[in-house]
Design a protein around this ligand. Sequence first.
Ligand code: NAD
Length: 479
Amino acid sequence: MTIQNYINGEFLDPISGEWLDNYEPAVGEIYGKIPNSSEDDVALGVDAAEKAFSHWSSTSQQERSKILATIADLIEASLDELAKAESKDNGKPVSLAKSVDIPRAASNFRFFSQAITQFSSESHESTGQNAINFTLRKPLGVVGCISPWNLPLYLFTWKIAPALAAGNCVIAKPSEVTPATAFLLSKICAKAGLPKGVLNVVHGLGQTAGQTIVAHPSIKAISFTGGTATGAAIAKTAAPLFKKLSLELGGKNPNIIFADCDYDKMLPTTLKSSFANQGQICLCGSRIFIERPLYEKFKVDFITKVKQLVVGHPEDTTTDLGALVSKEHLEKVQGYIDKAEKEGGKLLTGGKKVNVHKAENGYYLEPTIIEVTSNACVLNQEEIFGPVVTIMPFDTEEEALALANDSRYGLSATLWTNDLNRSMRLSSAIEAGIVWVNTWMMRDLRTPFGGMKDSGVGREGGLEALRFFTEPKNVCISY
Ligand code: NAD
């Protein structure tokens, strides 16, 4: 597949004529090429977006809503094609792309097509001063959206949909590791009647195309999802330019299991929260803490279940875990497993590369459980972002809370308990942007989404996203 930039409604090769290889992780082979875009390509996109802005920002909410809903319809109609493309590009099981990634991408457009028709601003009557204040919410102008490889279309659309709904024009860059569905989305947007220049998709590397977007003086805001180190680099460039910034970064999420939990619900959910998408979801619960009375039973049952998970070709319907996204990432994850013993950990299951029949060069890894004795170890402090979890017992609620918060990250946390008071106490005290109690990954798109500490700045989702992508202006009228 040859991927092209989508600029001003046209599909273009990179101006420099330079291309990057695109790999299929399931077989470890190059299967296409993508533009290695430069400053010139970004400049072309920004120029198109600036020209499109006056028209798009003055369209009615209903008009924008209709186009966004059409995009959602077309994503749904292309479910099979998009799911296969996502799987080929990323290594995730087709079944997962079909049940999670692509439906959610459609929901993102559907949700914001409706949300914009309900978005309102405030007014404040200044009693005694004979004045009324009201807030105008104006689109920002041209905004940049930069997304990662783990949930490619899901996260790409999570940014683009609210940005467009609010009346902005967008320069978007998907991850160079997984560009395919962003390219297919460009085609869908053209088909849906999105006016030219309103969305521009520029492909290429973070250090070049991404950095140019972040530094471009005409781009008013950056919505970024990716690693914490990249987020810091982006903030360093964008902050002195006074851009609005939304940073959704890494996580090292605790999964705290109390002995009074609903065990039969907890066990299969913990299997998912550990290994869904090969553990490459920022919300995966990679530090599992279990109350001591349940520890041995959980350990035995969890190991048994994990051993039953099938690592296989993403197209195979029996596959639970597909391939990791790239050779470099596989090596990074293996590097952590290699450190386990030195860090005081004990490998309970997994840890080895898997040879999948007829896909021997694919990047497959066994789901891995490591028993640790301290939360201070590297395995519990650094984001591995692969099919690797640690388990460790705790004795008291206070200890569980301290373990959960002993992290530079604060994205999400999962609690398993049937004690209402305890769940309320912990939900309030845990330093995380999202706390799930007796569930995981249950999402209502109206809720604020984002992290505390090194997991990010700002919130996406619902009205938070529409607020981010608009500039509030107070008007005060004296009468
Ligand atoms: P990454 O930071 O390497 O790259 C993310 C995107 O940023 C890519 O498009 C990349 O090309 C671009 N980029 C890289 N350097 C850049 C720069 N200097 N300027 C501008 N853009 C640049 O992240 P990744 O490896 O693609 O994704 C994995 C990370 O994403 C993990 O840390 C994971 O936790 C995080 N993540 C967070 C969330 C969340 O919602 N908080 C969701 C998914 C993934």
